[in-house]
Write a protein that binds this ligand. Structure first.
Ligand code: NDP
Length: 778
């Protein structure tokens, strides 16, 4: 073809990248790999083939990890951890920096190997995956450098088990390993069975960087190896993958005390308003759903387009689809490469074949012979309940429907069990910034899509998991406070002395939806003082009371939209009103606990209310300095409905310490009062009643924590469960929370020193960070 002809046709000729270096590297390694444990590759054992999905050719044979392999890797990591942490932040920073430099130096080898193993276009591995992986190591070298000065109270968790998927093999490795080792942890990482090769090349890079032995360990294998890591003696599991496996891991780690972060699936909306720059929105959509063949957890796989432009938009979109180039992923001109494996290709094909709804358009393009290729596909005219509008396809398949108004767009966008990402296209900045907070997602992109950076945390809400990777927010997932908690002994109620009851004694009601409520069971329990004197009765809540309280809390949504200033005013008012009744509360606490600490407890509770009030309008978000022409706004949003099993030993202070920061941030709460000493909580709602707290924002139940834990933690309208109970319910709560993957914060049988002000920690647990990316410029 002559240059003139090329200009006339505008056709691309092939521009293949050579695979020679990467294939030679594999041959140099004998095309067989063991694991990387304690700084060395083990001898290859029984295993499986790693194939190029574009051709089916075997690239190398990998070893399936046995229990003994996993144990050895965890032991090596454990042995190395103390010295690695003791090296100090600046000492560790040097290694992270060296790794970043080596990744940069070998970036072409990594990109080609990734493309060979995964099937993604070289353009993407070369320009996105590998540079972002480098950026993560550079960024976290900085975090290691700053750890001692900026996070003086934080220390490493210990050994982290890390399990990653096949869609961004090296990038997911970087997201996991860089923050972990920066903070002084050591790791055992398992790449996905289909795509382990760049993890093994990375292991070699660690060796070249002189990383101390045992700091990074890589074991290969299938899901069974993942299960072994989950069950191993590690301090944290960091998982990225499907929601179903995430749920299993939540259940398997329940009560183990292991920290957990889950980055799971999504069905992210891509919303186009009628004033959008349509051509840009279509190019964005190409990136949203055909980037990496749609095998992206945050893929914009659900197109919501405003009715007035829908026809024009779909027509242009189809024309653009027909111009996509599908084929050899090593060809630099290719837009869409191969799906990772025949199994995934089959899943995609079956899901699409099972759909009868809507109208399907598949790109009218020349498809390659053989290999795992699937044509870019659009299914338009679906209704929100159609399975393909709800289920993650994880392939190059876009589904679409239309909307009329912005509020309808919000309803449709949030009509999913997931909450990972959302994309908005509009030229109206007012509309964009009004929509972004309303979308239930961890990340919102405005007039752009799939923008990532190490400085901006990434992660989801709802069944897209919990925890953030990247940014300051991501570090919390790899550190814990230096102070070591004491064990918490069960706090037992006092027995009665058998004296005849006062016929005028009162049975305290509970507090639901701004009203005093009798327990559904109709039963109550006597509360005695230390001498055995009857102090009163408190209701025994059951699951129906939980249902009513959660319904009331869920209905009080308006609270989340109020200003920090208003919430502060109300918290100050609660503090003032409590202060006016301090003596009475103090006497009540002393009578219940048999101690003389009531006055101090009331004073501390007032202080907690004032602290939370002070923070209500000051716990600000951030603006992340991401390397685009634009900003990433890290907004702190309320988690939603939080239920808490309050401390038994500090009947007023424990409840107030949990309630005040939660409502300061705009959450609504369902609180289970101290089980042995519930009467301070039932007196306290009288204070709430006189302090302008809107109905449903605070709901207080009394009764058995063991009875209430399950319905609270399995309720689908509860977004987070906290437990400070002296009944050890941590395992039960974490297991029951797996249903909707709600966040949990449980004490694992350890005590909290309530005399200390932990408001900052509570604020962190009471908020989710949403990163809103807003590019600017003409
Ligand atoms: P999985 O969730 O099954 O796999 C993710 C990782 O977990 C892999 O390393 C896998 O090992 C490992 N694993 C599998 N089972 C277990 C287990 N019981 N305990 C511990 N680890 C386990 O995802 P798949 O890769 O199979 O993909 C299936 C679907 O998951 C996709 O169609 C997609 O919907 C979704 N997915 C979502 C991703 C995301 O980023 N959110 C990424 C990848 C997939 P191995 O692969 O070796 O079996």
């Amino acid at each position: 073809m002559t240059i003139k002809e090329i200009f006339d046709t505008m056709e691309y000729g092939p521009a293949p990248e050579s695979a020679a270096e990467a294939l030679a590297w594999l041959v140099d390694q004998g095309s067989r790999f063991g694991h990387f444990i304690n700084g060395e590759f083990t001898a290859p054992g029984d295993g499986f083939d790693s194939k190029n999905p574009a051709t089916g050719e075997v690239l190398a044979t990998l070893t399936q990890a046995t229990q003994a392999d996993v144990d050895t890797a965890v032991e090596a990591a454990r042995k190395a951890q103390g010295d690695w942490a003791a090296l100090g932040g600046p000492g560790r920073a040097k290694y992270l920096y060296a790794i970043a430099r080596l990744l940069q130096k070998h970036s072409r080898l990594f990109a080609v190997l990734e493309t060979l193993d995964n099937g993604k276009p070289i353009r993407e591995s070369r320009d996105i995956d590998i540079p972002l992986a480098q950026r993560h190591f550079y960024y976290h070298a900085g975090m290691a450098q700053l750890m001692e000065s900026e996070l003086p109270e934080a220390e490493a968790l210990g050994v982290c088990g890390q399990i990653i998927p096949w869609n961004f093999p090296l990038l997911m490795l970087a997201w996991k390993i860089a923050p972990a080792i920066a903070m002084g942890n050591t790791v055992v990482l398992k790449p996905a069975e289909y795509t382990s090769l760049t993890a093994l090349l990375f292991a070699d890079i660690c060796r070249q960087a002189g990383l101390p032995k045992g700091v990074v360990n890589v074991v290969t294998g299938d899901g069974a190896a993942g299960e072994m890591i989950t069950a191993a003696d590690v301090d944290k599991i960091a998982f990225t993958g499907s929601t179903s496996v995430g749920r299993k891991i939540r259940e398997a780690t329940a009560g183990s005390g292991k920290a957990l972060t889950l980055e799971l699936g999504g069905k992210s909306p891509y919303i186009v308003f009628d004033d959008a720059d349509i051509d840009s929105a279509i190019e964005g959509l190409v990136d949203a759903i055909w980037f990496n063949q749609g095998q992206v957890c945050c893929a914009g796989s659900r197109l919501l387009v405003q009715e007035g432009i829908a026809e024009r938009f779909h027509t242009k979109l189809k024309a653009r689809m027909d111009g996509l180039r599908i084929g050899n992923p090593l060809d630099k001109c290719i837009d869409v490469g191969a799906v990772v494996d025949p199994v995934q290709l089959n899943t995609i094909s079956e899901m699409v074949a099972a759909n009868q709804a809507g109208e399907m358009h598949q790109a009218q393009v020349e498809m390659p012979e053989g290999g795992c290729f699937y044509p870019p596909t659009l299914i338009e005219g679906l209704t929100p309940a159609d399975p393909l509008m709800q289920e993650e396809i994880f392939g190059p398949v876009l589904v679409s429907c239309t909307f009329r108004t912005p509020s309808e767009a919000v309803e449709l966008a949030n009509n999913t069990r997931y909450g990972l990402a959302a994309t908005l296209w509009t030229e109206n900045v007012n509309l964009a910034l009004d929509m972004a907070p309303k979308l239930v997602a961890g990340v919102v992109w405005v007039n752009g899509t799939n923008m990532f950076d190490a400085a901006a945390g990434f992660g989801g809400v709802r069944e897209s998991g919990f925890g953030r990777e990247g940014g300051w927010e991501g570090l919390a997932a790899y550190t814990r406070p230096k102070s070591k908690p004491n064990p918490l002994a069960r706090v037992e109620p006092f027995e009665g002395n058998g004296a005849p009851a006062n016929p005028l004694d009162r049975t305290a009601k509970m507090y639901v939806g701004g009203k005093q409520a009798r327990p559904d069971s109709g039963y109550s329990k006597a509360v005695y003082g230390k001498s055995g004197a009857l102090l009163g009765h408190a209701g025994l809540a059951n699951r129906k009371d939980v249902r009513n309280a959660v319904e009331a809390a869920a209905g009080a949504k308006g609270w989340s939209k109020t200003t920090g200033h208003l919430r502060a005013q109300i918290l100050y008012y609660i503090g003032e009103n409590l202060s006016a009744r301090a003596e009475e509360f103090s006497a009540r606490i002393d009578a219940m606990t048999g101690k003389k600490s009531g006055a101090a407890e009331v004073e501390a509770a007032i202080q907690r209310l004032f602290s939370a009030a002070a923070w209500a309008d000051k716990y600000d978000g951030q603006v992340h300095g991401v390397p685009i022409r634009g900003v990433a706004l890290a907004m702190k949003e309320p988690v939603g409905v939080i239920s808490a099993l309050c401390a038994d030993e500090a009947p007023l202070l424990g409840l107030v310490s949990a309630m005040a920061p939660a409502i300061a941030m705009g959450n609504r709460v369902v609180l289970a009062a101290s089980e042995p000493f519930p009467l301070a909580a039932t007196d306290f709602y009288q204070v709430l009643e006189t302090s302008d707290v809107p109905a449903g924002v605070v709901n207080i139940l009394t009764g058995s924590h063991a009875e209430l834990a399950k319905p609270l933690s399995s309720h689908l309208n509860v977004d987070a469960v906290w437990s400070f109970s002296s009944t050890d319910l941590s395992a039960q709560i974490e297991a029951a929370s797996a249903g909707n993957l709600k966040r949990t914060w449980v004490n694992n049988g350890t005590a909290t020193d309530w005399t200390q002000d932990h408001t900052k920690r509570f604020l962190q647990e009471a908020t989710e960070i949403k990163n809103i990316w807003v590019p600017y410029g003409e």
